[in-house]
Design a protein around this ligand. Structure first.
Ligand code: NAP
Ligand code: G4F
Length: 324
């Protein structure tokens, strides 16, 4: 019998890579998709005939229970969230409902339908916020700096609590920033790669950015979904930091991306207050040694390779869109 996995957030960046990865492991892959007036399956279009989509919303408890009862998966990966940090200040209540309480809805649906289902929670390095230790590891205290970060701290602890209360195989993966050509256009690395490509092709003249001093530990999403799967294959559920162990500033990101097309970022980038945040996370750098030792996981794509890959992909995309 094939294993069955349910992915919430399958239409997102990570959901699409995880679905591909699980198909390669010979899983039956199911994806929870919320109703919208236009179809949003761009990232999973190429595998749509190999997966089963099921309608539901993590704001709606009934739809979670029904999805689990219908599918009877062995594994659930909860990737659904309002995941853009900046939006969490303008929509704090919505962000909490989806990104925090959504986790409880799924965990409790699992508890009722089949507590033996293994559960992965997409936790975030944003939980470390104003960092209490460098580098950050599994034991580093949390100090979130945005409503999103606070919601993720709730999601982390409710996962730990269901594990300890009901002996569920529930794992929280504390993933640092991971990017790809499928990343949403509002996140810094994709915003940069897309606009660098536009500028190179003569389709834009400038790029407006916020804080250039912030530092992030950036990896490739395709590498990170493998760590999610490995966590659920362990006999004992535990929490893991997944990161590269290297950090770079937004300014460095701009340098590498503009250099990839032989341009100087200083000629094109304009700082704009609109992209500054009420409270910033200044420095993130993870210590992935536990994931290395226990899961045998390590990242394959370097920061420079990642940025190059994203710029090249956006050049191709824009050339095709504009028939250049
Ligand atoms: P993403 O591209 O923004 O995808 C989010 C997904 O959640 C989308 O499929 C979205 O569906 C879905 N979703 C949102 N609200 C929902 C709801 N109420 N019910 C059902 N589905 C809903 O995010 P990502 O980058 O793939 O990240 C995946 C997860 O990892 C998120 O939980 C994120 O917070 C977390 N995380 C990400 C990173 C990172 O660097 N990427 C790092 C740490 C943690 P629609 O397509 O319909 O909008
Ligand atoms: O790319 P970002 O928007 O990612 P952020 O805020 O670090 O959050 C991402 O990673 C988290 C893991 O640490 C995830 F949990 C979360 O879901 C999301 O995927 O911003 C990165 C940095 C920030 O310091 C931001 O202030 O870039 C800075 N930045 C500077 N100018 C900008 C901009 N960010 C964006 N989005 N847009 C700008 O113009």
């Amino acid at each position: 019998m094939k294993k069955r996995a349910l992915i919430t957030g399958i239409t997102g960046q990570d959901g699409s890579y995880l679905a591909e990865y699980l198909l390669k492991q010979d899983y039956d892959v199911f994806g929870l998709v919320r109703r919208s007036s236009t179809v949003n399956y761009e990232r999973i279009h190429h595998i749509q005939d190999q997966i089963t989509l099921i309608s539901g919303d993590i704001l709606d408890q009934t739809s979670m229970t029904r999805a689990l009862s219908d599918i009877r998966p062995q594994e659930v990966y909860n990737l659904a969230a309002q995941s853009f940090v900046q939006t969490s200040w303008t929509q704090p209540v919505f962000t909490s409902d989806v990104t925090a309480l959504g986790v409880t809805r799924i965990l409790d649906a699992i508890r009722q339908v089949d507590p033996a289902i293994r559960f992965y929670q997409a936790s975030s390095s944003e939980m470390f916020g104003k960092v209490q230790e460098v580098p950050q590891k599994e034991t580093t205290p949390f100090y979130p700096r945005s409503p999103y970060g606070v919601a993720k701290v709730y999601g982390h602890w409710i996962t730990v609590n269901y594990r300890e209360s009901y002996q569920m195989h529930a794992t929280s993966g504390i993933l640092f920033n991971h990017e790809s050509p499928r990343r949403g256009l509002e996140f810094a690395p994709r915003k940069v790669s897309y606009n660098v490509a536009k500028i190179k092709l003569g389709l834009a003249k400038e790029l407006r950015m916020g804080n250039l001093d912030a530092q992030r530990d950036w990896g490739f999403a395709g590498d990170y979904v493998k760590a999610m799967w490995l966590m659920l294959q362990q006999e004992t559920p535990e929490d893991y930091v997944v990161a590269t162990g290297q950090t770079h500033s937004v300014e460095k990101l701009l340098t590498v991306a503009f250099n990839a097309v032989d341009l100087d970022w200083k000629q094109y980038v304009v700082q704009d207050e609109r992209y500054m945040r009420p409270a910033e996370v200044d420095l993130l750098v993870g210590d992935p040694s536990k994931a290395g030792k226990k899961l045998g996981w390590e990242p394959q794509v370097t920061f420079e390779q990642l940025v190059q890959m994203m710029v090249e992909s956006d050049l191709q995309l824009l050339k095709a869109d504009h028939r250049l």
